[in-house]
Design a protein around this ligand. Structure first.
Ligand SMILES: [Zn+2]
Length: 56
């Protein structure tokens, strides 16, 4: 099988499978957590700080 992150070949017996290592596993977990965060957060319209600087 292949690592879903870096596409490196991974052995089924690898303790980190389906990832090639802890690093890619962490990356995948981060991606998943970030997607979940984006979906559950309705992106509030916050005032632009740069616009505030223009007023001064
Ligand atoms: Zn990998």
């Amino acid at each position: 099988m292949q690592c879903p992150i870096c596409k490196k070949p991974v052995k089924l017996t690898d303790p980190e499978a389906p990832f090639c290592g802890e690093r890619c596993r962490t990356i995948d977990l981060g991606n998943w957590a970030m997607e979940k965060y984006v979906i559950s957060t309705p992106a509030p319209q916050q005032p632009d700080r740069d616009a505030k600087q223009d007023e001064e």
